[in-house]
Design a protein. Structure first.
Length: 335
């Protein structure tokens, strides 16, 4: 049976070497791997962007389709609605992929949506779009990618609407996250260049990167951190915080691509600016680990949800891999 048509799949091999995983990723990025549309790139991006939010289970790292395809939909919203980038090779049957058609038909119903960020769309409409896109991907991309990877990347079950990443592939994706992201953008951009007009291709790599959903309003995190840490001081320099309090991604957003409480600290404007896209050094890592231990037990729904996939070990590895990805250390002391 063709891969795209599979309803479920199990992991064929658990102990896979890095060389083999590289070879499979490089195959998927190459022209030898068949693609009518960009869904495979979209799913790989959703997996990379969710790297730190899966649920660690005995069998592997679990993701619900809902989580993955919400990210996927946010992304395609930007690419299709905002940047007008076509995502499918024209063929005799149709000009657009189903995902593009779903997004376009939401716009036909309500043209005002074209000016909105996906986050600003009314929840009911947003959910309806995500649902349709999930159904499409369930059918046409999960099984296809599984097949391209010879069944080593994940197991999946369309009835349960979840996939479970092979632990060794997960480790690989954490370790080479920055490299895989770049390769994925490169291959995706090449594909887009073949099917789009020059005018929409301006800064196409930027458009792919910028399509990553980013939470703009971090006030909810500010409130929780303020409430739980009454001393209300800057995480980095210890100075008392005034009215202007920054919510800072401890490990820079450029690496994590996710907003989770365990990676947020309160900071003064000056530290926030000095730190910028750098990585706080090991002393700060120890400090945030302690902080997380204290906050993890707080009885608050946002806290509990954000800490679902968290472990000190994960934060440690993430910090280590962020460092290999080229982020410079910041000791916070050069005032
Ligand atoms: Zn400070």
């Amino acid at each position: 049976m063709a891969g795209w048509n599979l309803k479920n799949g199990t992991i064929t091999e658990y102990d896979v070497s890095e060389d083999r995983i590289w070879s499979l990723f490089n195959f998927v990025f190459s022209d030898a791997c068949k693609k009518r549309n960009t869904y495979k790139f979209g799913l790989i991006k959703a997996l990379l962007d969710s790297a730190f939010s899966g649920e660690i289970t005995q069998a592997g790292i679990r993701y619900s389709y809902e989580e993955l395809f919400s990210r996927f939909t946010y992304n395609y919203w930007n690419l299709v609605v905002k940047y007008n980038l076509r995502q499918m090779r024209k063929d005799g049957k149709s000009e657009y992929s189903r995902v593009e058609l779903i997004l376009k038909s939401a716009l036909v119903e309500d043209s005002i949506l074209g000016n909105l960020e996906f986050d600003a769309v009314e929840p009911r409409k947003k959910d309806a779009v995500i649902k349709q896109i999930t159904a499409e991907c369930k059918r046409y991309v999960i099984g296809a990618l599984y097949d391209d990877f010879d069944g080593i990347i994940y197991s999946f079950d369309s009835k349960k609407a979840e996939l479970v990443l092979n632990p060794c592939v997960y480790d690989f994706m954490l370790k080479y996250k920055a490299e895989l992201e770049k390769l994925n953008y490169y291959a995706w951009a090449r594909f887009l260049e073949q099917i789009n007009d020059d005018n929409v291709l301006i800064r196409v790599i930027d458009k792919l990167e910028l399509a990553t959903p980013k939470r703009e309003d971090l006030s909810i995190y500010r409130e929780i951190l303020r409430k739980e840490f009454e001393e209300n001081t800057c995480f980095y320099c210890g100075k008392k915080l005034g009215k202007v309090t920054h919510v800072d991604h401890f490990i820079p957003w450029s690496f994590v691509k996710d907003d989770k409480l365990w990676n947020f600290v309160l900071s003064c404007a000056s530290c926030n600016e000095r730190k910028s896209n750098k990585l706080p050094d090991r002393n700060f890592l120890i400090k945030i680990e302690k902080r997380n231990k204290n906050i993890q037990v707080v009885d608050n729904i946002v806290v509990q949800k954000d800490f679902e996939g968290y472990s000190q070990d994960l934060l440690n590895r993430m910090w280590h891999y962020a460092r290999i990805s080229g982020l410079k250390d910041w000791s916070g002391s050069q005032h």
